[in-house]
Design a protein around this ligand. Structure first.
Ligand SMILES: Nc1ncnc2c1ncn2[C@@H]1O[C@H](COP(=O)(O)OP(=O)(O)OP(=O)(O)O)[C@@H](O)[C@H]1O
Length: 282
């Protein structure tokens, strides 16, 4: 029997007063992936991640995380790591004090893993966190999440403020620890290049709705670029069409070219932003 998905949402909806942040989201994410959650400002990414961590509750619909309701109990919480937006840490505590606090709060804390990651990231254990650079702070936050040995780690735009080199190091560290632990990571980002670099599962969210989701290999196999929407075969869907950039979804297209993941995500983001501009099923 297959293990339950890491995340399973059915008609998941979150409203803040009259504002709908997430609307009728259906989503299923299998274990062992690095999942990229992309969408523009206000798409609902943070809302979805906060629901997953049990920081807020749905207005309607259902959500299960590792087979249980989010944050079901202390044991369930210990299986989920969270790196919040801007990777907050305690400015007056040193790196070593963060690790001691992590060990004290988390029964499954892996002392050796935490020490090794700090050394690999070049962090000084005696340094106060308030004096760390953005990249160093992100590495500390990722180390704290990793040393819990979570089955799922949720990261809300953790690398957005980092320079390209620091981002690359951070993302490499993330992929290494996900592989080492056999965990799943869900990472929200505006940076399509980062997502294309490290994610093997993609969720595109716009206006609180899932536009497309699935394993990257499946998405790449079912999307093609053609010169002209008329070249799309019967049954194919034109996701987005503009001069020189027509992305279709469906069976292989004669003369069609592969679509890089960044362009595929952009096609769905463009369609959501300009609904009248595309979306033709032939
Ligand atoms: N606590 C809140 N109270 C009221 N509205 C909220 C609250 N949190 C989010 N929203 C609204 O819900 C919508 C989705 O916001 P959310 O922060 O989830 O988007 P996001 O995709 O994470 O955006 P960003 O990329 O800018 O961080 C937005 O319209 C936002 O204004």
């Amino acid at each position: 029997m297959n293990p339950p998905p890491v995340l399973h949402a059915e008609r998941l909806t979150k409203r803040y007063g009259r504002r709908t942040a997430l609307a009728d989201c259906d989503l299923s994410v299998p274990r062992g992936h690095v999942v990229g959650l992309v969408g523009p400002n206000g798409a609902g990414k943070s809302t979805l991640l906060q629901l997953v961590c049990g920081l807020i509750t749905p207005t309607s619909g259902t959500l299960s995380v590792l087979g249980s309701p989010p944050a079901a109990d202390a044991a369930h919480l210990a299986r989920v790591g969270f790196v919040a937006q801007d990777t907050p840490v305690y400015a007056s505590l040193t790196v070593a004090e963060h690790l001691r606090m992590g060990a004290w709060l988390n029964p499954s804390w892996d002392v050796a893993l935490a020490r090794r990651r700090i050394t690999e990231a070049g962090l000084d254990p005696g340094q106060r966190a308030g004096r760390l650079s953005g990249g160093q702070r992100a590495q500390l936050a990722l180390t704290i999440a990793a040393a819990k040995r979570p089955e799922l780690v949720v990261l809300d735009e953790p690398a957005a403020a980092l320079d390209p080199l620091a981002r690359r190091d951070f993302l490499r560290g993330l992929v290494d620890f996900v592989r080492e632990l056999g965990a799943t990571a869900v990472l929200s980002s505006h940076l399509l290049g980062d997502v294309a670099q490290v994610c093997d599962h993609l969720v595109v969210l716009c206006d609180g709705r899932v536009q497309v989701a699935g394993p990257v290999t499946d998405l790449l196999a079912t999307h093609h670029r053609v010169d002209d929407p008329a070249a799309a075969p019967a049954g194919a869907e034109v996701v987005w069409a503009e001069p020189g950039r027509v992305v279709v979804r469906g069976p292989a297209v004669r003369g069609g070219a592969p679509v890089p993941l960044e362009e595929l995500a952009l096609a769905y983001l463009s369609r959501a932003a300009h609904p009248a501009g595309a979306a033709v099923t032939r």
